[in-house]
Ligand binder design. Structure first.
Ligand code: KG4
Ligand code: ZN
Length: 346
């Protein structure tokens, strides 16, 4: 089965073709980050308009990359939530129209299920069951993944998502959007010990997170170290980035170990934009070594938003017989643990 995947939930137009017997055939991404960085964050209306402009040319590209014609597709999967509703509707409208014209099935896919399954696109892939740490710009969740669609939420952030905390800290330091990769870059030249950031909510039991305190801690440090001309020297910026990143990473690692212990599982998947963070990968690998547990993740480009993860997730569900009607689905809020295994919906 060959499935076209369409991702338009935020500021990336991601298009890919996945074939069940061969794997990923083509993958293209257009990032709007440069356009939004001028505004310090995503402007929803601009995002929708840009998806409209980019989506069809990208579909033509993945068909040409894979040497396929539209008539070779057997299904279309699109992100139907959670995300920006206007942006989601662009992908959904195009997916449903194309499926109608071609007489093939269409399916709305949960964006976070896409992230969660992205490591399945790699050679070294986890078997079910596993614990998943989903860390993106909008979500920080620990999930007990028993099988495709059988997800039990173990804990989540009570306020800011981990990625959001990176983005806000970057903004306070006058760094570009999205902040995560830039904070990580500055952190590489910083001293993790100069500032003593807290590790929020690690001293009490449970698997929930809170990152808004770290943001406030960063803000206070920044104000304290601003010189008279408003400038913060380069080394101080790097040290704040290093201290902040270390605190987020340590907090995530502590909760992941706790979740593995709680579920008696030995496989951990990290997914979503923050899973691209090198320090997080390193520290998790180190921490799991002594526990005989293993961490799995996708290559960097499949941690952040992309069409390949949507094509893959949609293909798995369509193979099990799942389909949607042609009415466009766009859910701005949609909890992952309301999903069911594919046959549960038929
Ligand atoms: O999954 P994603 O592309 O979009 C959402 O679904 O939100 O995640 C984007 C988030 C942003 O907050 C971005 O700053 C963060 O992931 N991010 C990172 C890194 N790369 C992206 N955070 C920390 N370190 C990184 N290397
Ligand atoms: Zn995402």
């Amino acid at each position: 089965m060959r499935v076209l995947g369409i991702e338009t939930s935020c500021d990336e137009t991601g298009i890919a073709i996945y074939q069940s017997s061969k794997g990923l055939l083509a993958n293209r991404l257009y990032s709007q980050a440069a356009m939004h960085s001028e505004f310090g964050g995503v402007v929803p209306e601009l995002a929708s308009r840009d998806h409209v402009r980019k989506i069809l040319p990208l579909i033509k590209m993945v068909l040409s990359d894979s040497g396929l014609e539209l008539s070779h597709l057997n299904g279309i999967a699109y992100t139907s939530g959670p995300g920006l509703v206007g942006a989601l509707m662009v992908g959904g409208a195009l997916a449903s129209s194309l499926a109608y014209a071609l007489g093939i099935p269409v399916l709305g896919v949960h964006h976070m299920e896409g992230h969660l399954l992205a490591p399945m696109l790699e050679k070294t892939r986890p078997e079910f069951p596993f614990v998943a740490l989903l860390v993106s710009g909008g979500h920080t969740q620990l999930v007990n993944v028993k099988s495709l669609g059988d997800y039990n939420l173990l804990g989540e952030s009570l306020d800011d998502a981990a990625g959001e905390a990176f983005d806000k800290t970057a903004k306070m330091l006058d760094l570009d959007y999205p902040g995560g990769p830039i904070v990580a870059k500055f952190a590489a030249n910083g001293n993790i010990n100069r500032f003593n950031f807290p590790r929020p909510m690690t001293d009490r039991s449970g698997l929930d997170f809170s990152f808004s305190g770290l943001k406030t801690f960063s803000r206070n440090l920044i104000e304290r170290h601003r010189e008279n001309n408003g400038f913060i020297d380069r080394q101080t910026r790097a040290d704040i980035c290093a201290g902040f990143q270390e605190a987020v990473v340590d907090t995530l690692v502590i909760k992941c170990l706790r979740a593995l212990e709680h579920t008696s599982l030995q496989r951990l998947v990290i997914a979503g934009g923050v899973a691209a963070n090198r320090r997080l990968r390193e520290k998790l690998e180190d921490a799991l070594k002594s526990k005989q547990a293993r961490v799995f993740y996708a290559r960097q480009e499949f941690c952040t938003d992309n069409g390949a993860m949507i094509a893959y997730a949609g293909c798995q569900r369509m193979l099990a017989g799942e389909r949607d009607d042609l009415a466009v689905k766009a859910y701005p809020r949609w909890s992952l643990d309301t999903l069911t295994p594919p046959l549960g919906r038929n």
